[in-house]
Design a protein around this ligand. Sequence first.
Ligand code: IPM
Ligand code: MN
Length: 363
Amino acid sequence: MSTIALLPGDGIGAEILDGPVAYLRQLEREGLPVRVTGPFPYGTTGWLQTGTTLPAETVEACRDADVVLSGAVGSHPGVSSDECPNPEAALIALRHEFDLRISVRTVRVPGRPDVVIVRNIIGGAYGSPDQRVESDGVRPAEDRLVLDPAHVQEVFDIAVEHARAMPGRRTISVDKASVYATSRLWRRLSRSTSESSGVVFENVNVDRAAYELVKYDDLPAVIVTEGLFGDILSDVVCARAGSPALCGSATINPDRTFGSGITALFEPAHGSSPHRTGSRRSNPTGSWLALVDLLAWCPDLAALGLHRQVRQALDSVIETAPPTYDLASPGADTIDLDEFNERVLEALGTGCDRRPVAPTTNG
Ligand code: IPM
Ligand code: MN
Protein backbone atom coordinates (compact mmCIF):
# COMPACT_ATOMS: atom_id res chain seq x y z
CA MET A 1 0.00 0.00 0.00
CA SER A 2 1.36 3.44 -0.92
CA THR A 3 0.21 6.38 1.16
CA ILE A 4 0.23 9.68 -0.72
CA ALA A 5 -0.02 12.89 1.30
CA LEU A 6 -1.44 15.86 -0.61
CA LEU A 7 0.20 19.25 -0.06
CA PRO A 8 -1.49 21.50 -2.63
CA GLY A 9 0.19 24.65 -1.31
CA ASP A 10 -0.31 28.03 -2.87
CA GLY A 11 -1.84 29.88 -5.80
CA ILE A 12 -2.75 27.49 -8.62
CA GLY A 13 -1.24 24.64 -6.54
CA ALA A 14 -4.64 23.21 -5.57
CA GLU A 15 -6.40 23.39 -8.94
CA ILE A 16 -3.36 22.06 -10.79
CA LEU A 17 -3.58 18.77 -8.85
CA ASP A 18 -7.27 18.12 -9.54
CA GLY A 19 -6.74 15.75 -12.48
CA PRO A 20 -4.05 13.55 -10.91
CA VAL A 21 -5.94 13.43 -7.60
CA ALA A 22 -9.18 12.42 -9.34
CA TYR A 23 -7.24 9.57 -10.89
CA LEU A 24 -5.62 8.49 -7.59
CA ARG A 25 -9.01 8.56 -5.81
CA GLN A 26 -10.41 6.36 -8.54
CA LEU A 27 -7.57 3.86 -8.02
CA GLU A 28 -8.37 3.95 -4.29
CA ARG A 29 -12.05 3.20 -4.95
CA GLU A 30 -11.10 0.34 -7.24
CA GLY A 31 -9.22 -1.25 -4.33
CA LEU A 32 -5.72 -0.70 -5.73
CA PRO A 33 -2.95 -0.26 -3.11
CA VAL A 34 -3.28 3.53 -2.84
CA ARG A 35 -4.25 5.67 0.14
CA VAL A 36 -4.59 9.42 -0.37
CA THR A 37 -4.38 11.63 2.72
CA GLY A 38 -4.87 15.37 3.13
CA PRO A 39 -4.89 18.02 1.81
CA PHE A 40 -2.50 19.32 4.48
CA PRO A 41 -1.58 22.99 5.04
CA TYR A 42 1.70 24.10 3.47
CA GLY A 43 3.37 27.29 2.21
CA THR A 44 1.60 30.63 2.24
CA THR A 45 -1.83 28.98 2.58
CA GLY A 46 -0.38 26.94 5.45
CA TRP A 47 0.59 30.23 7.07
CA LEU A 48 -2.93 31.60 6.45
CA GLN A 49 -4.56 28.59 8.05
CA THR A 50 -2.18 27.91 10.92
CA GLY A 51 0.30 30.78 11.25
CA THR A 52 3.24 28.75 9.95
CA THR A 53 4.31 27.65 6.44
CA LEU A 54 5.19 24.11 7.50
CA PRO A 55 2.82 23.18 10.33
CA ALA A 56 3.68 20.28 12.65
CA GLU A 57 0.48 18.54 11.48
CA THR A 58 1.84 18.49 7.92
CA VAL A 59 5.23 17.11 8.97
CA GLU A 60 3.39 14.41 10.98
CA ALA A 61 1.29 13.56 7.91
CA CYS A 62 4.53 13.18 5.93
CA ARG A 63 5.84 10.82 8.60
CA ASP A 64 2.75 8.67 8.09
CA ALA A 65 3.03 8.73 4.28
CA ASP A 66 5.30 7.19 1.64
CA VAL A 67 5.31 10.09 -0.81
CA VAL A 68 3.98 13.62 -1.19
CA LEU A 69 2.11 15.00 -4.15
CA SER A 70 2.42 18.76 -4.05
CA GLY A 71 1.04 21.63 -6.16
CA ALA A 72 3.21 24.71 -5.71
CA VAL A 73 4.74 26.74 -2.93
CA GLY A 74 5.10 30.50 -3.23
CA SER A 75 2.87 33.56 -3.28
CA HIS A 76 -0.86 33.35 -2.80
CA PRO A 77 -3.45 36.00 -3.72
CA GLY A 78 -4.28 38.37 -0.91
CA VAL A 79 -1.09 37.73 1.08
CA SER A 80 1.83 40.12 0.70
CA SER A 81 5.43 39.02 0.86
CA ASP A 82 5.83 41.29 3.91
CA GLU A 83 3.28 39.20 5.79
CA CYS A 84 4.66 35.83 4.71
CA PRO A 85 8.17 36.52 3.40
CA ASN A 86 9.64 33.14 2.48
CA PRO A 87 7.09 30.37 1.93
CA GLU A 88 9.69 28.41 -0.13
CA ALA A 89 11.50 27.76 3.16
CA ALA A 90 8.75 25.19 3.86
CA LEU A 91 9.83 23.16 0.82
CA ILE A 92 13.50 23.42 1.78
CA ALA A 93 12.70 22.39 5.36
CA LEU A 94 10.72 19.39 4.13
CA ARG A 95 13.64 18.31 1.90
CA HIS A 96 15.99 18.48 4.89
CA GLU A 97 13.56 16.82 7.32
CA PHE A 98 13.20 13.72 5.11
CA ASP A 99 16.61 13.92 3.43
CA LEU A 100 15.08 14.30 -0.02
CA ARG A 101 18.49 15.09 -1.43
CA ILE A 102 18.25 14.59 -5.18
CA SER A 103 15.97 16.28 -7.69
CA VAL A 104 15.03 14.58 -10.93
CA ARG A 105 13.13 16.73 -13.42
CA THR A 106 11.53 15.53 -16.61
CA VAL A 107 10.79 18.11 -19.26
CA ARG A 108 8.44 17.11 -22.04
CA VAL A 109 9.64 19.00 -25.09
CA PRO A 110 6.99 19.07 -27.82
CA GLY A 111 8.04 17.07 -30.86
CA ARG A 112 11.25 15.91 -29.17
CA PRO A 113 12.30 13.32 -26.63
CA ASP A 114 12.29 14.20 -22.92
CA VAL A 115 15.14 15.96 -21.17
CA VAL A 116 15.96 14.79 -17.64
CA ILE A 117 17.84 17.06 -15.23
CA VAL A 118 19.41 15.43 -12.16
CA ARG A 119 20.88 17.58 -9.37
CA ASN A 120 21.63 17.57 -5.65
CA ILE A 121 19.26 19.71 -3.60
CA ILE A 122 20.92 19.24 -0.24
CA GLY A 123 24.57 20.22 0.09
CA GLY A 124 26.50 22.41 -2.32
CA ALA A 125 24.65 25.62 -3.03
CA TYR A 126 21.66 24.09 -1.20
CA GLY A 127 23.49 23.69 2.10
CA SER A 128 21.63 23.76 5.39
CA PRO A 129 21.01 27.05 7.24
CA ASP A 130 24.17 26.53 9.33
CA GLN A 131 26.23 27.05 6.12
CA ARG A 132 24.91 30.60 5.84
CA VAL A 133 25.71 33.86 7.58
CA GLU A 134 23.35 36.76 7.00
CA SER A 135 24.76 40.22 6.58
CA ASP A 136 23.64 43.10 8.79
CA GLY A 137 24.48 45.40 5.89
CA VAL A 138 28.04 45.89 7.14
CA ARG A 139 29.47 42.42 7.75
CA PRO A 140 29.72 40.16 4.66
CA ALA A 141 27.03 37.60 3.92
CA GLU A 142 28.28 34.06 3.54
CA ASP A 143 27.02 30.87 1.81
CA ARG A 144 29.41 27.96 2.22
CA LEU A 145 29.42 25.38 -0.58
CA VAL A 146 30.30 21.89 0.64
CA LEU A 147 29.92 18.80 -1.54
CA ASP A 148 30.57 15.35 -0.20
CA PRO A 149 31.93 12.91 -2.86
CA ALA A 150 29.54 10.16 -1.75
CA HIS A 151 26.56 12.47 -2.28
CA VAL A 152 27.81 13.56 -5.70
CA GLN A 153 28.27 9.92 -6.67
CA GLU A 154 24.63 9.20 -5.79
CA VAL A 155 23.55 11.96 -8.15
CA PHE A 156 25.65 10.40 -10.93
CA ASP A 157 24.24 6.94 -10.18
CA ILE A 158 20.70 8.24 -10.72
CA ALA A 159 21.84 10.02 -13.89
CA VAL A 160 23.33 6.75 -15.18
CA GLU A 161 19.94 5.01 -14.74
CA HIS A 162 18.23 7.72 -16.78
CA ALA A 163 20.92 7.79 -19.45
CA ARG A 164 20.62 4.01 -19.86
CA ALA A 165 16.87 4.38 -20.37
CA MET A 166 17.51 6.79 -23.28
CA PRO A 167 20.40 5.13 -25.13
CA GLY A 168 22.11 6.84 -28.03
CA ARG A 169 21.45 10.37 -26.81
CA ARG A 170 23.83 12.89 -25.31
CA THR A 171 24.46 13.03 -21.56
CA ILE A 172 26.19 16.08 -20.13
CA SER A 173 27.73 16.87 -16.76
CA VAL A 174 27.69 20.60 -16.08
CA ASP A 175 30.04 22.44 -13.74
CA LYS A 176 32.32 25.47 -13.41
CA ALA A 177 35.58 23.62 -12.83
CA SER A 178 37.67 26.67 -13.73
CA VAL A 179 36.44 28.38 -10.58
CA TYR A 180 35.02 26.04 -7.94
CA ALA A 181 36.67 23.25 -5.99
CA THR A 182 33.24 21.64 -5.71
CA SER A 183 33.06 21.68 -9.52
CA ARG A 184 36.49 20.06 -9.81
CA LEU A 185 35.23 17.27 -7.54
CA TRP A 186 32.11 17.09 -9.73
CA ARG A 187 34.24 16.71 -12.87
CA ARG A 188 36.47 14.07 -11.29
CA LEU A 189 33.39 11.97 -10.47
CA SER A 190 31.96 12.60 -13.92
CA ARG A 191 35.10 11.06 -15.42
CA SER A 192 35.23 8.09 -13.07
CA THR A 193 31.51 7.42 -13.57
CA SER A 194 31.97 7.52 -17.35
CA GLU A 195 34.68 4.88 -16.99
CA SER A 196 32.89 2.65 -14.53
CA SER A 197 29.39 2.81 -16.04
CA GLY A 198 30.12 3.03 -19.74
CA VAL A 199 27.72 6.01 -19.96
CA VAL A 200 29.68 8.89 -21.47
CA PHE A 201 29.26 12.11 -19.49
CA GLU A 202 30.45 15.01 -21.58
CA ASN A 203 31.81 17.78 -19.32
CA VAL A 204 30.43 21.21 -20.16
CA ASN A 205 30.96 24.50 -18.32
CA VAL A 206 27.71 25.96 -17.03
CA ASP A 207 27.91 29.16 -19.11
CA ARG A 208 28.50 27.15 -22.27
CA ALA A 209 25.71 24.74 -21.33
CA ALA A 210 23.23 27.62 -21.03
CA TYR A 211 24.31 28.89 -24.45
CA GLU A 212 23.99 25.49 -26.11
CA LEU A 213 20.60 24.78 -24.57
CA VAL A 214 19.24 27.98 -26.07
CA LYS A 215 21.13 27.84 -29.35
CA TYR A 216 21.05 24.27 -30.64
CA ASP A 217 17.96 22.36 -31.75
CA ASP A 218 19.10 19.07 -30.29
CA LEU A 219 18.85 18.80 -26.54
CA PRO A 220 20.76 16.38 -24.32
CA ALA A 221 18.86 13.45 -22.87
CA VAL A 222 20.33 13.90 -19.39
CA ILE A 223 21.91 16.86 -17.64
CA VAL A 224 23.61 16.09 -14.33
CA THR A 225 24.73 19.09 -12.35
CA GLU A 226 25.07 20.87 -9.02
CA GLY A 227 21.83 22.06 -7.39
CA LEU A 228 21.93 25.73 -8.31
CA PHE A 229 23.15 25.17 -11.87
CA GLY A 230 20.36 22.62 -12.30
CA ASP A 231 17.77 24.98 -10.87
CA ILE A 232 18.68 27.55 -13.51
CA LEU A 233 19.21 25.15 -16.43
CA SER A 234 15.93 23.33 -15.81
CA ASP A 235 14.16 26.65 -16.35
CA VAL A 236 16.18 27.15 -19.56
CA VAL A 237 15.05 23.73 -20.80
CA CYS A 238 11.44 24.61 -19.89
CA ALA A 239 11.79 27.76 -21.98
CA ARG A 240 12.94 25.58 -24.88
CA ALA A 241 9.94 23.34 -24.33
CA GLY A 242 7.68 26.37 -24.50
CA SER A 243 6.28 26.59 -20.98
CA PRO A 244 7.29 26.05 -17.35
CA ALA A 245 4.23 23.81 -17.16
CA LEU A 246 5.94 21.06 -19.16
CA CYS A 247 8.15 19.86 -16.32
CA GLY A 248 7.48 17.28 -13.62
CA SER A 249 9.73 17.33 -10.59
CA ALA A 250 10.65 14.47 -8.28
CA THR A 251 12.60 15.18 -5.12
CA ILE A 252 13.88 11.88 -3.82
CA ASN A 253 15.76 10.15 -1.07
CA PRO A 254 17.72 7.56 -3.08
CA ASP A 255 17.87 5.17 -0.10
CA ARG A 256 14.24 4.46 -0.97
CA THR A 257 13.46 3.02 2.45
CA PHE A 258 9.71 2.76 2.69
CA GLY A 259 7.90 2.65 6.04
CA SER A 260 9.53 5.53 7.90
CA GLY A 261 8.13 8.68 6.35
CA ILE A 262 8.14 10.14 2.88
CA THR A 263 10.77 8.89 0.46
CA ALA A 264 9.99 11.43 -2.26
CA LEU A 265 8.00 14.53 -3.12
CA PHE A 266 6.43 14.96 -6.55
CA GLU A 267 5.27 18.27 -7.97
CA PRO A 268 4.99 20.26 -11.17
CA ALA A 269 8.12 22.43 -11.37
CA HIS A 270 6.31 25.70 -12.08
CA GLY A 271 5.53 28.35 -9.50
CA SER A 272 2.25 29.22 -7.78
CA SER A 273 1.10 31.82 -10.39
CA PRO A 274 -0.94 33.81 -7.85
CA HIS A 275 -2.51 36.03 -10.52
CA ARG A 276 -4.01 33.01 -12.28
CA THR A 277 -5.34 31.37 -9.16
CA GLY A 278 -8.91 30.19 -9.65
CA SER A 279 -8.82 30.85 -13.42
CA ARG A 280 -8.68 27.09 -14.08
CA ARG A 281 -6.80 27.86 -17.28
CA SER A 282 -3.40 26.55 -16.28
CA ASN A 283 -1.67 23.74 -18.09
CA PRO A 284 -1.61 20.66 -15.81
CA THR A 285 1.03 18.74 -17.81
CA GLY A 286 3.63 19.14 -15.03
CA SER A 287 1.22 17.65 -12.47
CA TRP A 288 0.51 14.68 -14.69
CA LEU A 289 4.25 14.20 -15.28
CA ALA A 290 4.77 14.35 -11.50
CA LEU A 291 2.08 11.67 -11.12
CA VAL A 292 3.83 9.48 -13.71
CA ASP A 293 7.04 9.70 -11.65
CA LEU A 294 5.14 8.96 -8.44
CA LEU A 295 3.50 5.87 -9.94
CA ALA A 296 6.90 4.65 -11.15
CA TRP A 297 8.56 5.31 -7.78
CA CYS A 298 6.22 3.40 -5.42
CA PRO A 299 7.10 -0.29 -5.89
CA ASP A 300 3.56 -1.68 -5.53
CA LEU A 301 2.21 0.84 -8.05
CA ALA A 302 5.16 0.49 -10.44
CA ALA A 303 4.42 -3.24 -10.61
CA LEU A 304 0.98 -2.39 -12.05
CA GLY A 305 2.49 -0.38 -14.93
CA LEU A 306 0.12 2.54 -14.30
CA HIS A 307 2.88 5.09 -14.96
CA ARG A 308 3.10 3.93 -18.56
CA GLN A 309 -0.67 4.20 -19.03
CA VAL A 310 -0.81 7.71 -17.59
CA ARG A 311 2.13 8.90 -19.67
CA GLN A 312 0.53 7.47 -22.81
CA ALA A 313 -2.81 9.12 -22.04
CA LEU A 314 -1.07 12.43 -21.36
CA ASP A 315 0.94 12.25 -24.58
CA SER A 316 -2.14 11.43 -26.64
CA VAL A 317 -3.98 14.47 -25.26
CA ILE A 318 -1.01 16.77 -25.85
CA GLU A 319 -0.69 15.50 -29.40
CA THR A 320 -4.37 15.66 -30.36
CA ALA A 321 -6.13 18.33 -28.28
CA PRO A 322 -5.96 22.10 -28.79
CA PRO A 323 -3.24 23.60 -26.57
CA THR A 324 -3.67 25.33 -23.24
CA TYR A 325 -3.24 29.13 -23.31
CA ASP A 326 0.49 29.01 -22.48
CA LEU A 327 1.34 27.10 -25.66
CA ALA A 328 -1.21 28.62 -28.05
CA SER A 329 -0.47 31.14 -30.74
CA PRO A 330 -2.56 34.31 -30.52
CA GLY A 331 -6.19 33.78 -31.53
CA ALA A 332 -5.90 29.97 -31.63
CA ASP A 333 -8.41 27.62 -29.98
CA THR A 334 -7.43 26.59 -26.48
CA ILE A 335 -8.62 24.21 -23.81
CA ASP A 336 -8.65 24.95 -20.10
CA LEU A 337 -7.47 22.93 -17.12
CA ASP A 338 -10.73 21.00 -16.68
CA GLU A 339 -11.04 20.08 -20.32
CA PHE A 340 -7.43 18.96 -20.41
CA ASN A 341 -7.95 16.76 -17.35
CA GLU A 342 -11.24 15.44 -18.69
CA ARG A 343 -9.45 14.30 -21.84
CA VAL A 344 -6.63 12.60 -19.96
CA LEU A 345 -9.09 10.83 -17.66
CA GLU A 346 -11.17 9.78 -20.64
CA ALA A 347 -8.06 8.42 -22.38
CA LEU A 348 -7.40 6.47 -19.19
CA GLY A 349 -10.96 5.18 -19.27
CA THR A 350 -11.78 6.11 -15.70
CA GLY A 351 -15.08 7.34 -14.34
CA CYS A 352 -13.36 9.61 -11.88
CA ASP A 353 -14.65 11.76 -9.09
CA ARG A 354 -13.98 15.32 -10.29
CA ARG A 355 -14.32 17.09 -6.94
CA PRO A 356 -11.61 19.74 -6.55
CA VAL A 357 -8.69 18.85 -4.25
CA ALA A 358 -9.25 21.80 -1.96
CA PRO A 359 -11.31 24.94 -2.20
CA THR A 360 -9.11 27.90 -3.09
CA THR A 361 -8.48 30.01 0.02
CA ASN A 362 -7.94 33.71 -0.43
CA GLY A 363 -6.32 35.81 2.25
C1 IPM B 1 12.58 24.81 -7.77
C2 IPM B 1 12.56 26.02 -6.92
C3 IPM B 1 13.17 25.66 -5.57
C4 IPM B 1 14.61 25.28 -5.78
C5 IPM B 1 12.99 26.77 -4.53
C6 IPM B 1 11.55 27.09 -4.33
C7 IPM B 1 13.67 26.43 -3.24
O1 IPM B 1 13.21 27.07 -7.54
O2 IPM B 1 12.02 23.79 -7.32
O3 IPM B 1 13.13 24.86 -8.87
O4 IPM B 1 15.45 26.17 -5.99
O5 IPM B 1 14.91 24.09 -5.78
MN1 MN C 1 13.62 26.65 -9.71
